[in-house]
Write a protein that binds this ligand. Structure first.
Ligand code: MF3
Ligand code: CO
Ligand code: CO
Length: 268
C-alpha cells in the first residue's frame, strides 16, 4: 500500500510500531551495554568498536556507518562537542569529561535512534548539572506529545526549561521523523512557540534530541566535515529518544531496559 502522509509527515499504522520497538530496544540495549566501558583512559574508537560488535551480534546494522560518508558506527561527542563527534583511537577519555553516545540501529528496515550522556571519572558540578537539565528538557518535550498538539509545543517547553538555568538551545540541529528512514519530515525544533508548527497525529514517529549549551547556542563544524562544536567552547549536552504519537499520548521506543536512562549510572 502507498505510504500515507499528513502535511508531509508520514503516518504509520500502530500495528507497525512493533518494528520500531525492536530497533529501538536494540539501540537502547547498546547504550546499556557500553555503560561500564565508559571510563577514564578508554578511547572513543574502542567504544565505537564495542558498539558496532554489539549491534552486529544482535542482528542490527549500524545506521551511521557510511551514512553520507560518515566513517564510524556511532557518534561520540565530548564536552564542547555539540554532536556528530567522530570516534578515534587517539582520543582517550579524561577525568571529568562528559560525553554523548548516539546509536542508531537498522532492524528489519526500521531505524531506532537514541543517545545518552555519560561521565568519565568525576565531572564538575557545572557539567553534571547541564546533563541533568538536558535530560529533563528531553523528558518535558516528550511529555507534550499527543494527537492535536503542535510540534512547536515541544520546543517551547524545552526552551523555557533550559533558559531557566541560563542555558541556550542549539537551533542548527533538530529532531526528525524516523521509522523506515533515518531522517524524515518533520524537523523537530528544540526551541519555538506553543501552538506553532504541524499538528501531531496518531502514527507519527520522530525523535526528540535537544542539544543544550552552558554558553551561547552557536556552533561551528570542524574541518572533518562532521564534528560540531560550540563556537564559544562552552559545554554541550544531549539526550535522544525515538517515539510515536499514540491514540492518547506517546510511546517511547528507546527507554533503557536496565533503567540506565541518565547518569550517574549505578552498576552492579
Ligand atoms: N544519530 C544522529 C541523529 O540523531 C545522526 C547521526 S548521522 C551520522 O540524528 F552520520 F553522523 F552518524
Ligand atoms: Co536523531
Ligand atoms: Co541520534
Amino acid at each position: 500500500m502507498a505510504e500515507k502522509r499528513k502535511n508531509g509527515i508520514r503516518i504509520y499504522d500502530p500495528a507497525e510500531f512493533e518494528g520500531m520497538r525492536k530497533a529501538g530496544r536494540i539501540a537502547a540495549e547498546c547504550l546499556d551495554y557500553i555503560t561500564p566501558y565508559v571510563k577514564v583512559g578508554v578511547s572513543t574508537g574502542e567504544l565505537d568498536d564495542l558498539c558496532r560488535e554489539f549491534m552486529k551480534a544482535k542482528g542490527a546494522i549500524p545506521a551511521c556507518l557510511g551514512y553520507h560518508g560518515y566513517p564510524k558506527s556511532v557518534c561520540i561527542s565530548i564536552n564542547h562537542v555539540i554532536c556528530h563527534g567522530i570516534p578515534s583511537y587517539e582520543r582517550k577519555l579524561a577525568d571529568g569529561d562528559i560525553l554523548n553516545i548516539d546509536v542508531t540501529t537498522i532492524v528489519d528496515g526500521w531505524y531506532g535512534d537514541t543517545s545518552r550522556m555519560y561521565y568519565a571519572g568525576k565531572p564538575k558540578l557545572k557539567a553534571t548539572r547541564l546533563c541533568e537539565v538536558t535530560y529533563e528538557c528531553m523528558m518535558r518535550g516528550i511529555d507534550v506529545v499527543k494527537p492535536g498538539a503542535h510540534f512547536g509545543d515541544i520546543g517551547a517547553v524545552i526552551e523555557e526549561y533550559a533558559h531557566k538555568y541560563g542555558y541556550s538551545v542549539v537551533d542548527m540541529f533538530c529532531g526528525h521523523g524516523v521509522g523506515k528512514v533515518f531522517h524524515d519530515a518533520p524537523n523537530v525544533m528544540h526551541c519555538g512557540r506553543k501552538g506553532t508548527g504541524p499538528v501531531m497525529e496518531e502514527g507519527m514517529i520522530f525523535t526528540i534530541e535537544p542539544m543544550i549549551n552552558t554558553g551561547k547556542k552557536d556552533g561551528i563544524i570542524l574541518q572533518d566535515g562532521w564534528t560540531s562544536v560550540t563556537r564559544d567552547k562552552s559545554l554541550s549536552a544531549q539526550f535522544e529518544h525515538s517515539l510515536a504519537v499514540t491514540k492518547d499520548g506517546y510511546e517511547v521506543f528507546t527507554y533503557s531496559p536496565k533503567g540506565l536512562d541518565k547518569p550517574p549510572y549505578k552498576l552492579d
